[in-house]
Design a binder for this molecule. Structure first.
Ligand SMILES: [Zn+2]
Length: 466
């Protein structure tokens, strides 16, 4: 088996891997780097020129796993493209909106990079996706396969439609033919969230485990329990509403947004917060919520009866006067972007709220240090009245609002990542999708607890034999 990392190997950026197993070439994920624009955001697809690509598998619809698919498909038009059914539905919404956003960013001057694909391309491509159920054997043998290659999707727990990919084939080894059993976790969560149950994994032993390491350098994540975070989050919302303030909850449109709405619904039903509290949402996260609801009987759910659309929501007011009216009453605003990126709704609302101590800004996901969200968290930690720049044009403003980060991750924390190694007992672990410090921590711990397991930290563009 040969393996090549096409994505950045020292950060949580674009995910993209090439694997050759028993003569069949596969690309696992085709992500785009969310911090870059244009060609710089793409994986180095030219490295595929001399390699076979029979199939492309997209594990879930996050931009850093799906975003570059249209570009990849132009390069390997003969390859078949596979994903779960919910991911295919999400791709039909997210790729066109990515095309629109790229064009808009170039036109408004926020980037000089040309869009890497347009609307026409993504519309044409969507007919080519092959959508599959979980737990079904798929024959992915390629043109030059030396033996049949079987794949199987496992529920990954991370966001709607997310799967881990299991591959199995017989390969010639130094001591004759042997069965190779490979699993790519992609982004995964062992534990349930508010909507999504925890992930499922293949039975041991495995040959090779491609393991995500997003939270590998985050000691705090393993110390918090979901139950305690949920309670603290509910109490924080209740506190803000009780003093007549409003709470902004910046979210990622796919996953965190729907999970947060499910939590708010729970808080209302349990009278943690007043049932009549208005909840404002907007744009894409509503469309995505519709796909959550539509697929609730075909993909794993904690409660298939629950519908995100049943959580009463109002469209966020479009005009300043109507927004002023909305802010006069205590309310909750669940809007993207999750990191308060400039020129997004959450950023504009944060600018309105941070100056007043009655309001709250509550993060329910990760905010990078150099993002406006990260800067706001840092300023708030220094005490009331500390200045923050949320928008370069608006300039610095003082922070008096309550600003807290809650930990509701859709990723396995680092003890759980070790637990995955324990569960699947791989002979080799390949660490992907995480910062260098995260990978080092996982490598040290796996090598300490499982001395028979080999741990590899691949470099981008350097092929390894597994
Ligand atoms: Zn993800």
């Amino acid at each position: 088996m040969r393996y090549l990392s096409l994505g950045h190997t020292d950060a949580v950026a674009a995910s993209c891997h090439w694997v050759e197993l028993a003569g069949t070439g596969l690309v696992l994920d085709a992500g785009m780097d969310p911090e870059e624009d244009g060609p710089a955001a793409l994986p180095p697809f030219h490295l595929l020129d001399a390699r076979a690509v029979d199939h492309v598998v997209v594990t879930h619809a996050h931009h850093d796993h799906l975003g570059a698919l249209p570009v990849l498909m132009r390069r390997v038009p003969h390859a078949r493209v596979h994903m779960s059914k919910p991911t295919a539905l999400l791709a039909d919404v997210l790729l066109p909106s990515s095309a629109k956003l790229q064009l808009r960013r170039m036109r408004e001057g926020s980037t000089t990079a040309e869009p890497v694909f347009d609307m026409d391309t993504v519309e044409a491509l969507s007919y080519l996706y092959e959508a599959h159920n979980l737990d079904t054997d798929l024959d992915l043998s390629g043109l030059k396969a030396t033996a049949p290659l079987t794949a199987r999707f496992y529920h990954a727990g991370h966001v709607l439609g997310a799967v881990g990919v299991y591959l199995e084939a017989e390969e010639e080894g130094p001591d004759g033919p042997r069965r190779r059993r490979v699993f790519y976790t992609s982004d995964t969560s062992l534990r349930p969230q508010a909507i999504q149950p925890g992930g499922d994994y293949p039975a041991p032993p495995l040959d090779v485990l491609l393991l995500e390491t997003t939270l590998g350098a985050d000691p705090e994540a393993e110390l918090t329990t979901r139950k305690a975070e949920e309670k603290a989050f509910g109490e924080a919302l209740a506190r803000v509403l009780a003093r007549g303030g409003s709470a902004l909850i910046p979210v990622f449109a796919l996953g965190r947004a729907q999970e947060t709405l499910a939590l708010i619904d729970r808080f209302k039903r349990r009278r943690v917060i007043p049932e009549e509290t208005p909840v404002y949402t907007a744009g894409q996260l509503r469309g995505i919520a519709g796909i959550y609801d539509k697929t609730r009987f075909m993909s794993p759910r904690l409660d298939p009866e629950f519908e995100v659309a049943e959580v009463e929501q109002q469209h966020i007011p479009r005009t300043q006067t109507r927004l002023d009216d909305a802010l006069r009453e205590p309310a909750l605003f669940v809007v993207s972007s999750g990191m308060l990126f400039e020129r997004t709704l959450s950023n504009q609302l944060a600018q309105r709220l941070v100056g007043h101590e009655k309001h709250g800004v509550f993060f329910v996901g990760f905010a990078k240090e150099d993002s406006p969200g990260g800067r706001l968290l840092e300023a708030a930690a220094r005490g009331p009245g500390t200045e923050v720049v949320l928008d370069a044009q608006a300039g610095p403003q003082k922070v008096f609002a309550e600003v807290v980060r809650f930990r509701f991750s859709g990723h396995a924390h680092r003890r759980d990542l070790i637990q995955l190694v324990e569960m699947m007992k791989p002979r080799k672990v390949v660490l992907v999708h995480g910062e260098a410090a995260a990978k080092t921590w996982i490598k040290d711990n796996v090598e300490f607890f499982y001395p028979d397991t080999t741990v590899l930290i691949p470099e981008q563009g350097v092929e390894v034999e597994l």
